[in-house]
Structures are given as structure tokens and as C-alpha cells.
Design a protein around this ligand. Sequence first.
Ligand code: N0T
Length: 547
Amino acid sequence: LIITIPVLAQSSAAPHLIKKEATTQLIVKGKPFLILGGELHNSSTSGAAYMRPIWKNMKAKNLNTVIAAAYWELVEPMEGKFDFTLLDSMITGARKEDLHLVILWFGSWKNGYSMYAPAWVKNNTQKYPRAKDAKGNTLQHLSAFGDATATADARAFRAMMQHIRNIDEKEQTVIMVQVQNEVGLFNTPRDYSDAANKAYQSPIPKDLADYISANKGKLQPELDSVLKIRGYKLKGTWEEVFGKSIFDDKNWKTLSHLTEELFTVYHYAKYIGKIAAAGKEAYPLPMYVNAWIKQPGVGGAWPGKYPSGGPTPHTLDIWRAAAPAIDLIVPDIYVPDIRYTVQQYHRPGNAFFIPEVRPGERSAHEAFWAFGQYDIFGYAPFGIDDYPAAYDPITPTYATLQQVKDLILQHQGKGTMAGILVDTVQRIQRLKLGGYTIKAELGRQSNFTNIPGLPPPPPPSVAGGIIIHTGKDEFVVIGKDYLLTFIPERITDKSLRLDVESIEEGQFVNGKWQVIRRLNGDEGTGGGDYGFGYAPPQPAATLRFQK
Ligand code: N0T
């Protein structure tokens, strides 16, 4: 007699990442979880009383997760004496509103600089050295070559992770941790301190060489092409292996000109990897690093104009080799259009979410696109504590995403979902899904209600959405202010027509589709050819075509 006992998803396992088809999901309490998040301002969680009214507002904005900082200087104000009262108050505050937390560890570096190091670190530059530029000037940044600094940071981080485990392992309020914030050096491509110079003149580290030779041909394309041209010669100094940098701004995209950056990334990754590993020994939550990305134009052209050494997309391999305890590298997106950056970071083997994005109307639309198009597992506008819920454009976006998050999770990695983003620059987007070519167009139906005596509503300037192919000839459409046209691929005979069977406006309640009303006539296709556009108050609809 064989009895099979079904192994249920372990709801007691700590939050972790799993691979699902081509994507990665975050598992919290045994179930896939979509972070509908927001990041607080830097100093918000440094005062418990200051935070008290904010937690409610976070819930009112329909967030399920708040991204919030813990500071080395306040966690360890005196060497070896830890104080977790602020962290405790954050966890209590979040729990009261049924929110999760992603904790940011502002340790050795924050936006490149080292302003969050405790005074006893700042005041002991002998033991905790600062980086230097090429002229020998001391920089504000702690040097990544300071072993004692890495050890001290790791000890504090480990203590914090242990504390989180002690009070939160059951509840899982804290689901992920960011280690440092936007690291890298400003105005210099690398550290020129003695220790750094010595490392730069030495053979490249063995773990890096081993990683490269094990992954020849499978490295990030930018790195692989450079090494391929140079014949994968892995013995020698950084410049012998990766080439000598020529700071020629015509070629700034070429990796052979970024050897100092690769070197800097390696040493930051090594340092941060050590800290992450120490933290994971205490409590193995998923851990990530975030990047201050290259800004468009000359402002971002050189490593040093953007922080050199940070997790830019083409350095993913270096992070893999030097910091295996870091699970993913992700971008903070403050550029006017998130699409290019998302594509850059969406690389095989890199789990993906957006930990910081410029807040406002546009990014509230971009959220739909990113969830629909790139299977991200989370999204978070920065400065989320700024506006009351009623004035924040993310509030209605998250209200909608709260309804459909389970549906999104089911469709991740299957190729049955697409994101829509149309604006006044790119008014039309075409995509293929479920046997249809679909045209999405910025706009509303012409019969949009016009109240006499009131000015007509301004035309939409941006619209984001998600289309999910839920079954044969059936789609769930999420978002508003765009019009859709469906062209079935299976009907090649132009003399035949395919009719819309039905359109339902509705909402998901506890994952179940609930019809609010049937859309037809002016609110449906108007009888036209495969066209469909609507502007209902509920930003979700199910659309079925004739079989
Ligand atoms: C972000 C935030 C916070 C030439 C900015 C963005 C947050 C940090 N940094 O408010 O400080 O802690 O991660 C960098 C954006 C660079 C824009 C450069 C324009």
C-alpha cells in the first residue's frame, strides 16, 4: 500500500523567489505575491510618531507593501550596541494596516555617499577609510576596499536580520530586503586609494575568471562581445583582460571603455555580497541591489557621472560572480518613459521588479504596462507618503490591480498577457495575443458623457492597460482611456466577419469575476468592425468573440 501525502506549499517557509516558466515570482506565506508598493521618503521612518498617521494613508492608497528604510547610524549608534525600536515600530505600524514591508538597509552607502554610517565609523577614517579620486583627493564615500568597514556593516546587518527573524518569521510582514542604496562613486570611474590601485594592477580575481570561463558565450551580450573580441584571455590585470579604457565620448557605449567601472562594480559587489550573505545566515529573505541608472544624454554618459560601480544592467554577470547572495539587480526609474529601462533590466536570470519610480499620473499608467508586459513582481512609486490617497494617481491603479492580481499571477510567464502604454507621442500600439492582432489607441469613445454647462473632460494624454487572453476568443481588458481593435488571424477570407459575442464590464471580487453591467451599443462596439472602446467607471472588462 502506497500512501501519497500531498506536499502542501510550506506556508511556514520564509518569503523566497521561485522560477515559474520564464519568470520569477515572489512567494510569501506559500503563495505568489505581487508587490503593490510605494517607497517612503528617506527620513520618514526615523521617527515612530512621525510615521503614525502615514500607515493609514498607505492602506488608503491600496498598497499592500511599503518600502521603508532602516539606518545603520540609528541601528548601531554605538559600536556593538544595537537598537531596533524604530524597526519594531515600523513592523507594528505596517501590521496594523495589514501591510508588508521591504526594508532598505542604508548602511555603508546611500545614493553613492556614506551619510548613513554611524558617527563612530565616520570619525575613524584610519580604520574605516574613504575612497580617493585620481588626484589623491579624499572623497566622502567609504572605500569598498575597507575590510573593517565591510565587517562592521555586515555585523550590523546580520543583527538586524536576526532581529527580524525573531519577531517576524511567522507573520512575514517583512518580505524582502534591499542592501545599501544606489551605490557607486561620483566624478571618478574608480577608487584610487592605495589598496584600490594595488587591486587594479593585480590579476583579475579568480572567482570572476572562473565565472567568465564557465559562462563563455552566455554572458550579458555587452560583456561577452568585448571578451570575445579579446579572445577570452582571462589571465592578467583588469586592463589586460578587459582592455584599456579610452574615455572617448563617441564610443561611450562600448564596454571596453568601462574597465574601471567593471572593476568598481566587482569590488562593490564583493563587499555587498559579504553583507548580504551575513544577513542571509541569520534570515534568508530575498535580497536585491538598486541602481541609479545612466540618465539620458551626456548627463549619464560616463561611469562617474552616474555612480560608477552600481548595478547597471550590463554588469549583471559581475554581481552574479562576486555577490551570489544578491538575488537580483533592479533600476530606480526617474526618466520620462520607463520602457527602455525596463527592457534593459529584463534579462534572463534576473528576477525583476521596480523598487522606485517617479511618482505621478504617468507612472500610475506605466504600472499597468509593466505588470502586463514584463511579468514584474512589484512596483513602487517613490515618495509615496507625499499625497493623501484621494489625490494620488496610484490609488485607482492599485485599486484595480488589487482586483486582478491573482489573475496576473496565473498568467505570468505564459505569453498570454500584454501591457499597453499609449501616449501623445506614441498614440497607437499593435500587439499579437491569443490569435488576434490588437490595436490599442489613446482615446475615449466619442459619446463620452458631456455635462451641459461644464467643460468637457480634457482628452487623455496617457493610458496604460493590460490585456489577458483568458480562453479561446476571450480577453480580460484592464485600464481605461484607450480604444481597442481586434483583428482575428484565423479569418483570412475578407468576406467573412467575426462578431463580438459579448462585453461585460465588471470587477474581480476575491478573484471571481463579477459582472456590473453588459456593455453594448454606444458603450460596446457600436456595431462596428471588431472595434471596442469604452470608458466605464470600472476599469475592467471581459470581451468575448463569436466562436
Ligand atoms: C533616489 C531618490 C531617493 C541628473 C531620489 C534617485 C532615493 C534614491 N535617487 O529622490 O534619494 O533614496 O534611491 C536618483 C535619480 C537620479 C537623477 C539624476 C538626474
